[in-house]
Ligand binder design. Structure first.
Ligand SMILES: Nc1nc2c(ncn2[C@@H]2O[C@H](COP(=O)(O)OP(=O)(O)OP(=O)(O)O)[C@@H](O)[C@H]2O)c(=O)[nH]1
Ligand SMILES: [Mg+2]
Length: 202
């Protein structure tokens, strides 16, 4: 009886934990985004953009948003580091893919790196949030324009979305995080990862 009540209590009061991978080619703005998320959603002040250096290892950011605990894994996007990404796929509830929307000359690299991510079987069914970052820059293309370029027709529409953001000034971040939590909470992948983790893990 106690365990039944304890289980119910846990379900109601324990925040669900989600692992979110932040991917994208180098200089897309992944770490700047992570630091902005920390500033906005945790009681730690994230690093200011001028103190951020290219990522070689892994940056971790933990934040809490209403009923969810989000653990972000930010990896380096330089070509030689992209082979590390797949080591994290199996445990990820979702992927945030960051694109520098102001740098047209790197769109092709960004697109092919994303296509490779999407082909990997360890990520099947994972919600995908694609961010057209650097909207504070005049030359940045909109989320719709980026969507047309990336042309993800083959994907299940309920599992991905595009959002224009600025990791600098925070534009679009709230909408992005709300979509992410909502979609992860409803996704079959979350159910599968939870079942695999076993009882007691929320
Ligand atoms: N104008 C503008 N610049 C940005 C924005 N986000 C990031 N940047 C700049 O873009 C550059 C790269 O940012 P990072 O956050 O280090 O990029 P990254 O994707 O983590 O790069 P790697 O760690 O090498 O994979 C830096 O000069 C940032 O200041 C943004 O929203 N607007
Ligand atoms: Mg980085």
């Amino acid at each position: 009886m106690f365990s039944l009540f304890y289980g119910l209590w846990k379900q109601v009061f324990t925040k669900m934990e989600f692992h979110v991978l932040i991917l994208g080619i180098d200089k897309a703005g992944k770490t700047t985004l992570l630091e902005k998320l920390k500033t906005r959603y945790s009681n730690l002040e994230g690093l200011s953009p001028d103190r951020i250096v290219p990522t070689v290892g892994l940056n971790i950011g933990r934040v809490e948003v209403s009923n969810a605990k989000l653990v972000f894994w930010d990896l380096g996007g330089q070509p030689g580091l992209r082979s590390i990404w797949e080591k994290y796929y199996e445990e990820a509830h979702a992927v945030v893919y960051v694109v520098d929307a102001a740098c047209l000359s790197r769109f092709e690299d960004s697109k092919s790196a994303l296509e490779k991510v999407l082909r990997h079987e360890d990520l099947q069914g994972a919600p995908l949030l694609i961010l057209a970052n650097k909207q504070d820059l005049e030359e940045a293309v909109s989320a719709d324009e980026l969507a047309r370029y990336l042309d993800l027709k083959k994907l299940d529409e309920s599992l991905y979305t595009f959002q224009g953001v600025s990791a600098f000034d925070g534009l679009g971040i709230k909408e992005s995080i709300n979509w992410l939590i909502d979609t992860m909470e409803r996704s079959k992948r979350t159910e599968t990862l939870r079942a695999r983790a076993g009882p007691g893990v929320i």
